[in-house]
Design a protein around this ligand. Sequence first.
Ligand SMILES: NC(=O)c1ccc[n+]([C@@H]2O[C@H](COP(=O)([O-])OP(=O)(O)OC[C@H]3O[C@@H](n4cnc5c(N)ncnc54)[C@H](OP(=O)(O)O)[C@@H]3O)[C@@H](O)[C@H]2O)c1
Length: 210
Amino acid sequence: MKIAGGGERGRALPVVVDLCGPTGDVTIFAFMRTTCSVFCGLSIDGYIARPDGALDFLEGDGTAELGDHGYEAFVAGVDAIVMGRRSFEKVMSFDAWPYTRKVVVLSGGAPDLAAARARGADVELLNATPNDVVGRLAANGYHRLYIDGGLTVQRFLRAGLIDRLIVTRVPVLIGQGIPLFGALEGDIPLKLVASRSFPGGLVQCEYVRR
Ligand SMILES: NC(=O)c1ccc[n+]([C@@H]2O[C@H](COP(=O)([O-])OP(=O)(O)OC[C@H]3O[C@@H](n4cnc5c(N)ncnc54)[C@H](OP(=O)(O)O)[C@@H]3O)[C@@H](O)[C@H]2O)c1
């Protein structure tokens, strides 16, 4: 039995299952759709980090116990994490490599993946358009993608590739920083599918593309 995934640029990827039996070949077409999701914490004014990359404000005012706000369950439902080089560098500043999933780092340069691999990371580098990134990952069986990093999310949004957004707003204005959202060529209409609130005034909204 041969299974081939295809679709270089599209998001609905035909999977051809070729069953070779004694009476001849039977070909079954199925469509495995690739989805791109975002899971981010941000200030009320829309920043995912301070200008220097600091994330301290995401911890809130310290009055509530920190929880994972659904993060572990979300990550358990993805096949690969696609992150921008700057987010990768931030992750490398943490004490330990936090991911058990495959991580694809996007960069036009040459970030030090060896250091991440030495920490046990399953990580690879890609320098490609968002469409090509999705196409290449899908062809290798990665269909549920978690897209991370402000500039990276913006590029995927502009390419029309983000299907689901889970944003958790922390009740603080920080005035300046690294934004999650940026300029678009047109509106991207969203549908609110869930909202949750957490101790400390955090409000999480989950949207899908309409
Ligand atoms: N609050 C949260 O939940 C959250 C989540 C994620 C990240 N963050 C924070 O956000 C900050 C990073 O975000 P950011 O907007 O500055 O940057 P980013 O999106 O993490 O990284 C941007 C870089 O990724 C590379 N890149 C993106 N798309 C590419 C493509 N299609 N092909 C090739 N390279 C591509 C480029 O790297 P080169 O310049 O090397 O070419 C680009 O400069 C960090 O401080 C991180 O901690 C916060």
